[in-house]
Ligand binder design. Structure first.
Ligand SMILES: *Cc1c(COP(=O)(O)O)cnc(C)c1O
Length: 430
């Protein structure tokens, strides 16, 4: 980064500081990851200079012969990897991708049914302050009050009562398998589109560690920067181009589902696509298609299970008692700590997690009862189950001794040496 250092030392220094922070801490926020140097190079390329409104072969600007090939590679790789009929790789990120899906399929005021933000869902699944809750009627489902699992019979009852035009499944803070087939059955009963938002678990689905929604959903959306380990961005995937509800919901439109989605992105919502981002997505998709990525996905889950066993054995209260995927949600009430206190404490020893609402939380979102932590980023650095067990013990020590600064110093030193033996950009082939 010698050019940047010369021309803008302030930004250069901040990037270096952030790089150090990433290198010297244990990143356990489940939505974060470390991209490969190849992804970073594509992202930092001259492709950012080019305008290319439209789609390959049909652009509003000249000079797109190479950009077309980049976008086609990204689209074809996405279609092959997820085994779908159509892929749109242009959404700037996950939230705009969901907005495009609403815009394509619904009219303002139509009803959607999604998992509540306070019970693990995402802002864009109908939260009242989000576009999804302001421009659309949003009904929500939660998790079971005893098991904290999705209760499909309960969701079915809500769907029958609310009759949404779109049912949304997928979550940001749910540690268990999602049964996409059950959601399909419910959607069919009420003639609703089924959107599966797999942002968090895409990498696990690619690796075969979580069932795929592709056989069941009408539309699948994924971010590209979480377990998929690419640049920030999103992809909208259509398992089939024909739309089973097309006659019902778009009787006068001659457009199929793919045309509706593509038109919602541009001209509906976006202008020029971020071509550097598209190229980096293509690179990440190629990496995700390699055999090592399956090993990576498997290790994410093994690591999460090792961590959850250790934390449970230490007396921490895990929501649903454990995990099937990459993340854990912990209720700190029995330790007498709030989520915010725990986040700050762990931050002080170099372990980054995020405070999070737990189901039926009595506390407020900015200082909830829980924390959420996950293993995708550490697994990229080459951490295996033994190290995860040790990290679990370190986390428990800090949380059980919130005022013991000698313990904190010891843990911080141990965190530093763990990060030294697991450098960034670890490759599983090393
Ligand atoms: C992260 C996430 C999104 C939004 O992605 P952004 O890129 O942050 O806009 C949407 N849905 C789910 C389930 C997510 O976890």
């Amino acid at each position: 980064m010698s050019k940047l250092k010369e021309s803008d030392s302030e930004i250069y220094e901040l990037i270096q500081a952030e790089k150090h922070r990433q290198q010297e801490g244990l990143e356990m926020i489940p939505s974060e990851n470390f991209t490969s140097p190849a992804v970073l190079e594509a992202l930092g390329s001259v492709l950012t200079n080019k305008y290319s409104e439209g789609y390959p072969g049909a652009r509003y600007y000249g000079g797109n012969e190479f950009i077309d090939q980049v976008e086609n590679l990204a689209r074809e790789r996405a279609k092959a990897l997820f085994q779908v009929a159509h892929a749109n790789v242009q959404p700037y990120s996950g939230s705009p991708a969901n907005l495009a899906i609403y815009f394509a399929l619904l009219n303002p005021g139509d009803k959607v049914l999604g998992q509540s933000l306070t019970m693990g869902g995402h802002l864009t699944h109908g939260y009242k302050l989000n576009f999804s809750g302001k421009f659309y009627q949003a009904a929500t489902y939660g998790v079971d009050s005893k098991t904290h699992l999705l209760n499909y019979e309960e969701i079915r009852k809500i769907a029958l009562a609310e009759k949404p035009k779109m049912l949304i499944c997928g979550a940001s803070a749910y540690p268990r398998i999602i049964d996409f087939q059950k959601f399909r059955e419910i959607a069919d009963e009420v003639n609703a589109y089924l959107l599966a938002d797999i942002s968090h678990i895409t990498g696990l689905i690619i690796a075969g560690e979580h069932p795929s929604p592709v056989p069941y959903a009408d539309i699948v959306m994924t971010t590209t920067h979480k377990t998929l380990r690419g640049p920030r961005g999103a992809i909208i995937l259509l398992p089939k181009v024909e739309d089973r509800f097309h006659d019902l919901y778009h009787p006068t439109s001659k457009r199929n589902l793919a045309e509706l989605i593509d038109a919602a992105i541009i001209p509906g919502l976006q202008g020029g696509p971020h071509n550097h981002q598209t190229a980096a997505i293509a690179v990440a998709l190629k990496e995700a298609d390699a055999p090592e990525f399956k090993i990576y996905g498997r290790q994410i889950v093994l690591n999460a299970k090792a961590l959850s066993e250790t934390l449970s054995a230490q007396g921490l209260d895990l929501i649903t008692g454990g995990t099937d995927n990459h993340l854990l949600l912990i209720d700190l009430t029995n330790l007498g700590l709030s989520g915010k206190q725990a986040e700050t404490l762990l931050d002080s020893v170099g372990i980054t997690v995020n405070k999070n609402l737990i189901p039926f939380d009595r506390r407020k979102p900015l200082d909830p009862s829980g924390i959420r932590l996950g293993t995708p980023a550490l697994t990229t650095r080459g951490f295996k189950t033994d190290a995860m067990r040790e990290i679990g013990l370190l986390i428990a020590r800090v949380l059980k001794n919130p005022n013991d600064s000698a313990t904190h110093i010891e843990v911080k030193e141990r965190v530093r040496s763990l990060t030294k033996t697991h450098p960034l950009f670890y490759k599983s082939s090393n």
